[in-house]
Design a protein around this ligand. Structure first.
Ligand SMILES: [Zn+2]
Length: 240
């Protein structure tokens, strides 16, 4: 079975937006800045029909209007952040299914970073757009929710297949790895991955996507065994 293609597009200082492409269908995820996306789309002769937002922060939505105006695309965003995201055509929530080429994109509610944060999951292609919920070896801050809510959201993602590729909103991987090493200094997989991502970043290469399997081995937030342990690690990271 064919899988969808994902094109990673660096925007702003450390954000990633994505172009999702399959057959004649094109989507853009979290356009924090329009120009780099328009450049990539036009270069590849791709016309997006839909823009997907994971949450309302401006570094994920600031490019919406320019892309909607230029390509006549539809904007899909979380129902509960409707008031904070202008121009929504289709508001979605947990369980909403979006048809995309010959497969589906499923919405998973993942509150905590923002109150209405969602992830987009393609079960057939085994792809997850995680926004600011999970980063490589990290997770988003609990800006509008409690650490417990964030933990519960991450638990939902941990139930997906281990080979799921995770595309997140930021390149924070190297500093996240350094933090994880303070929590689990003897984790051999983490030690090896830290070295690997350092090489990638020294060569200015992206460390994304990651996989759920890699995160289960090295991400101390996903390895926390209880909401209390998670909250404790989240607090340490806030002060790291
Ligand atoms: Zn955010």
């Amino acid at each position: 079975m064919n899988t969808a293609e994902v094109i990673l597009v660096p925007v702003l200082s450390d954000n990633y937006a994505y172009i999702l492409h399959k057959g004649d269908q094109v989507a853009v995820i979290d356009p924090g800045q329009p120009e780099p996306l328009i450049y990539e789309l036009d270069n590849r002769d791709l016309t997006p029909s839909v823009i997907l937002n994971t949450h309302h922060h401006s570094d994920h939505i600031a490019g919406n209007k320019a892309l909607l105006d230029k390509y006549g695309a539809r904007l899909v965003a979380p129902e509960s952040e409707r008031a904070r995201i202008p121009g929504i055509n289709k508001a979605v929530k947990d369980g909403t299914i979006i048809e995309f080429a010959d497969e589906t994109i499923e919405v998973i509610d993942t509150p905590g970073h923002t109150s209405g944060h969602i992830c987009y999951h393609l079960p057939q292609s085994k792809i997850l757009f995680a926004g600011d919920l999970i980063f490589a070896m990290g997770c988003g801050r609990a800006f509008e929710g409690t650490a417990e809510e964030l933990y519960a959201s991450i638990e939902k993602i941990k139930a997906l297949p281990a080979e799921t590729e995770i595309y997140c909103g930021h390149e924070y991987t190297l500093s996240n790895a350094e933090f994880c090493l303070t929590v689990e200094p003897d984790n051999d997989e983490l030690i090896a991955r830290h070295k690997e991502v350092k090489q990638y970043r020294d060569n200015n290469l992206p460390t994304i996507p990651t996989t759920l399997e890699k995160e289960m081995q090295t991400n101390v937030f996903l390895r926390a065994k209880s909401a209390e342990e998670f909250a404790d690690i989240r607090q340490k990271k806030d002060n790291f």
